[in-house]
Design a protein around this ligand. Sequence first.
Ligand SMILES: [Zn+2]
Length: 192
Amino acid sequence: MQYFDPPILDKLVLKKANITMVEMISIEPHESATPLNCLNNVREYVAINGGQIQLGWIFSIIGNLALKLTAHAVVKKDDETLLCVTPNEYRNNRLRFSPDNSIEHLIKNNHLPLKFVPLIENSKLDEYLDIERDIDKLRLDNSGVVSAIEMQYMNSKASVLYHSILELAKEHTHKNDYCFCGSNKKRKKCCR
Ligand SMILES: [Zn+2]
């Protein structure tokens, strides 16, 4: 099971993550911009076109179980509008973004952090999210690289929980919810 871009994000979900403001912003990568490199893409854009760096969060979801917040840098143009200049494979032209400049203190070696917020209370889910947090900590501490051996160890720990997480996702995804597989279809037209 993978995290995916949620078709809708309801207020209750955002409240659990202490998010009060989300805007839809445009994505317009420039030619030299590269994926997963938002901070540098924004710096390059600002050096040429002006504006400022705006930090914030973007959102993905696993099942109906947990929200993943990914720190992201976008451009704040002189007219105050926000613009994402980083290409990505999941979202084409618009992005949900929640501005938060306090992320600056969480940046390590130029790498931006993740946050995981459980949407239900469950000990297996907590264990699973702790593994995700450990992986992210390794990534930030090692300049973006998690070694193959560490990753293998983490994946083997996570794989023990995989079945429980899938069952939980099935339990918490109702027939009119978007499917836990990330297909963007309602569950009733997708996985059993
Ligand atoms: Zn499905």
